[in-house]
Design a protein around this ligand. Sequence first.
Ligand code: PXP
Length: 258
Amino acid sequence: MTARLRLGVNIDHVATIRNARGETYPEPSRAAEIAMLAGADGITAHLREDRRHISDADIDELSELCRVRGKPLNLEMAVTEEMLGIALAHRPHAACLVPERREEVTTEGGLDVAGGHNRIAPAVAALVGAGIRVSLFIEADPAQIAAAAKVGAQVVELHTGAYCDAVRARDTARAEALLERLKRGATEAARLGLEVHAGHGIDYATVAAVAAIPELAELNIGHFLIGEAIFIGLDSAIRRMRALMDEARAGRAPGAAA
Ligand code: PXP
């Protein structure tokens, strides 16, 4: 079991709401401040090629905020020349390389590292060379994990989306199989010397099983927390998620006394 499981809060969808009205509010940087005060260990933001939520100006602001607060910024980015240039100019603490298709609603599936070695390896080398911790967002697939280690990434983030969808669909058999796959993937990635993260689609109902995977060092959670913030506030939503992570990590049932 690694030490305390870190929580990266993804604030993209604060920008989605702002952009829906073409307004200047709500500000992702304000959400990032609240998230850090509520116990987020870092802030995650995805600068998409189409800028549908986070903007270049947001990245400027979040970079400065994280620097001042001494918290890591994790920049999610596609493997393109443009994004590489932006990452190298900002030098965030971490970059998470993700697949990106313009027509998708969210990041669908993991990065094909095994099939994209020649494109991904130079990007990883450039980022690592600039002192940026590189994470690859992949499915918990042995070929992808092996390829991630081969291209020189320090971290893999295992895609939890399919598992979370299966839980929400009450497809227990599929959820169990997908959770086993995540567990095996985490073990294999750690064996290869990779730091292991997980994320996508996590909510209160799915966080415990994921957080209990002992090799995991960090979870990245966004959409559910921003949605829950509408009802109970961002601070409370993050504190509750943090508590569920800590309980799972300590092997306690949700709500049990410490
Ligand atoms: N990790 C990665 C690599 C992502 O692309 C996303 C979505 O932007 C997340 C985590 C967070 O997913 P969600 O918003 O579903 O919690």
